[in-house]
Design a protein around this ligand. Sequence first.
Ligand code: ADP
Ligand code: MG
Ligand code: MG
Length: 251
Amino acid sequence: MLKITDLHATVGETEILRGLTLEVNAGEVHAIMGPNGAGKSTLAYVLGGRPGYEVTSGSVEFMGQDLLAMDPHERAAAGLFLGFQYPVEIPGVSNVQFLREALNAQRSARGEALLSGGDFLKLAKEKAALLKLDMDMLKRNVNVGFSGGEKKRNEMVQMGILDPALAVLDETDSGLDIDALRVVGEGINAIMRQREGGPGKGVLLITHYQRLLDYVQPDFVHVLSKGRIVKSGGADLALELEREGYEAVAA
Ligand code: ADP
Ligand code: MG
Ligand code: MG
């Protein structure tokens, strides 16, 4: 599904990603862990195609296509979802409007029929129920006045509605309380892991701390240090990192 090969990327003059190689197959949850400044967020931005993050060499294949040749909206239409630590607030636009626009833009790019208001509401209700989000929240302006936990729950509903093939969730460091962590865990387990009949999905879970992994059991854990993956293992590796620190494990 996602094949990153020897990726090098710079921000400004500085090389941040320095030969990163990683493969995510459908149905797998990969956790990327690492110290502050390792390049975790940079990886997420590069995958999303954020301006200012320049790939200097290497390749990224996504769903059989050259991801790096695609515009950000083409990446989204191809099934890439990015979740960030600080979701944006959009005053004057309700969640329902925003999500229907976003979904229909993706469907249109894929040549699929657009969803009517009624059909969209049905879908939104189903996904909101899955995540125990009150429909009233979906009628409010995007993230305006939401608590940290509510923003995360909202983001998980977005993910449910857009139904991506691969979710890249940058949950690093501070700002996530226990409730928000649980919400993200539930979202991944309810949305990305439900795969009866559907194709398997992939998750790239970027996190500084082990605690998110109490809620989501990763299939693989990778340590990112100085722009490349220096160690990979199973879920145990996260516990080892927590116990012994990045220095000891990734040296
Ligand atoms: P992480 O998410 O692992 O904490 P980041 O990807 O945010 O790490 O940052 C990696 C390195 O890139 C850091 O040294 C950071 O200072 C630098 N960096 C990130 N974004 C920028 C930017 N916009 N301009 C300059 N340096 C940046
Ligand atoms: Mg950081
Ligand atoms: Mg970061």
